[in-house]
Design a protein around this ligand. Sequence first.
Ligand code: SAM
Length: 225
Amino acid sequence: MCTEDYRQVSSSVKVAGSVRMRTPEQARSYEAGRFSGSRRGRRLDRIDKAFAEKLYSMVGSESCIVDVPCGSGRFYDIFCGAKSLVMIDCDPNMLGAARESHDIGENAAMLQADIGCMPLEDNSADLCFSMRLFHHIETEEIVRKILRELARVSRRYVAVGFYNTNSWRYLSRKIRGKKVTGHYYSFHRMAAVGREVGLEIAEKHPRINLLEQQCLVLFRKIQDT
Ligand SMILES: C[S@@+](CC[C@H](N)C(=O)[O-])C[C@H]1O[C@@H](n2cnc3c(N)ncnc32)[C@H](O)[C@@H]1O
């Protein structure tokens, strides 16, 4: 499953696209810094978590969920009731921060690995959940490889968040000639790339990105006939 254009960062982990490894202190303060310090941060955190809760209620407590990248475990309290939870991140310090801040149960495994090459069996999960990674991914080709890998591991659903070009935040910066940080994709392209790897759109939130750029998409795996 591994492909050559992943950047080798250690003997066991290869990373798709560019990624900033955090120090232990940065990893510990990631959630507070990003999601607690401002009204907008708290609102985004609530939106992400409401999406995760909705997905958990769909797959239920008998499911296997893969949270990748899990970061410092922002969704652990929502997914921890699953029969099995696999938390994957390429950064050992983020995994360490997740371990420090949560009482990780025996149904949960933590793996340091690349999302583009996960050490998991085909069709072994009900839901692969990937939040706040795609805006770090530089090319559609790598997005495709990641979606293909998520579709390989999941037998039912793949959920992702990405920055949508059809959002006021993106368009207004472009119109004003301001710098746009992060990598944006259109919903149309994400849906097309999903189809190429065997995924169809099941849900999209919000229906229209009026202000925020983050678009949350639930794909359903297209079953072979
Ligand atoms: C912005 S954080 C989001 C973490 C979590 N999903 C959340 O929403 O709180 C991005 C995470 O992606 C991880 N990451 C980046 N590239 C990765 C890769 N190729 N494979 C696995 N994890 C990766 C980083 O280490 C970091 O923990």
